[in-house]
Design a protein around this ligand. Structure first.
Ligand code: NAD
Length: 297
């Protein structure tokens, strides 16, 4: 893929903004759009062109990326009124990098294929920090030749880029990722609360665990947040609830029992009901602190 191809970026939130900045840094001419107009100004000030709708983006671009919250928003942006599908040119590539239900991905892919447009699903892992540093892990589904063509674009946003197979495979992979992360944070919260009640400091537990089998990247990232009481997102509890909901839907479809995903989803829902849905998912520890009557510190 030549760098001179015009790229469109739809959804400029926690992740979309730094990802699109990295595309500009890599030399891609960029057209941007977000439902909230003010989110475009920073990108426009560094050289992007602002658009009036996803349709407007797709009229101008050969590659269109979406990075919105969930399946309904992808349907609106891609298939809805004034959506990408209304303006997209034959031969264009649509890349959805949001974390959504794989069934919606396939529905969008089928609709776009009727217009001669290819689609990849390429959800990411690595959080805001990974997005800012251009070090995201990207899991890509779709035709392999389209993946290969799009690789330079992915390389300007990510470090570990894995082709996982047919369209929808990237989203399925991301659901697997999210199940692992959710259950990990829950296990850390429960165990650190137990230790804290017994008088162990979080710092001591962190040091004792990090070199052994219980150490993990999730622990390295989330336990410092427990200690510093820093629950600013990051990755919002409400977005993780959405991922677990999508994992449960996929699991139901595939007839796979996922009791841990179900249980941790309930914990996150309880926190969301207490007004903590916009906290980082590391804030899950507050559920265990609440039921144990103590603090991990
Ligand atoms: P966010 O809520 O910060 O940003 C989403 C943006 O999409 C917002 O600016 C919103 O205005 C815009 N939007 C919503 N509907 C739109 C539409 N129809 N057209 C145009 N713009 C629209 O969310 P985020 O944290 O950037 O996450 C985006 C996606 O990436 C989600 O699927 C999330 O699960 C996934 N993700 C997030 C993280 C993270 O750490 N935040 C990490 C990996 C993956």
């Amino acid at each position: 893929m030549e760098k001179k191809h015009m790229v469109g970026f739809i959804g400029l939130g926690v992740m979309g903004k730094p990802m699109s900045k990295n595309l500009i840094k890599a030399g891609y001419p960029l057209v941007v759009y977000d439902l909230i107009g003010s989110k475009m100004s920073e990108l426009v000030s560094i050289g992007a062109e602002g658009a009036g709708s996803p349709k407007d983006v797709s009229k101008k671009c050969e590659i269109i990326i979406t990075m919105v919250p969930d399946s309904p928003e992808v349907e609106i942006a891609v298939l809805g009124e004034n959506g990408v599908i209304e303006g997209v040119k034959e031969g264009a590539i649509v890349i959805d990098m949001s974390s959504i239900n794989p069934f919606t991905t396939r529905k969008a892919g089928e609709a776009l294929a009727k217009k001669g447009v290819e689609m990849l699903d390429a959800p990411v892992s690595g959080g805001e920090e990974g997005a800012i540093k251009g070090e995201l892990a990207i899991m890509v589904g779709g035709k392999e030749e389209i993946f290969k063509k799009s690789l330079p674009l992915f390389k300007s946003m990510g470090k570990s880029i894995t082709y996982v197979g047919e369209l929808g495979g990237g989203e399925m992979m991301k659901l697997v990722n999210q199940l692992i992360v959710a259950v990990n944070i829950a296990a850390l919260s429960e165990a650190f609360m137990l230790g804290a009640k017994a008088g162990l400091s979080a710092q001591t537990m962190f040091q004792a665990l990090r070199g052994g089998l219980a150490g993990s990247k999730v622990m390295e990232t989330k336990v410092p947040r427990f200690v510093e009481r820093n629950f600013a997102p990051g990755f919002k509890i409400d977005l993780h609830i959405k991922d677990l909901k999508n994992a449960l839907t996929a699991a139901q479809e595939l007839k796979v029992p996922v009791p841990f995903a179900s249980l941790v989803g309930q914990v996150m829902l309880a926190l969301s009901n207490k007004g903590k849905g916009a906290n980082d998912h590391g804030g899950m520890v507050e559920f265990w602190e609440d039921i144990a009557g103590g603090k991990v510190k």
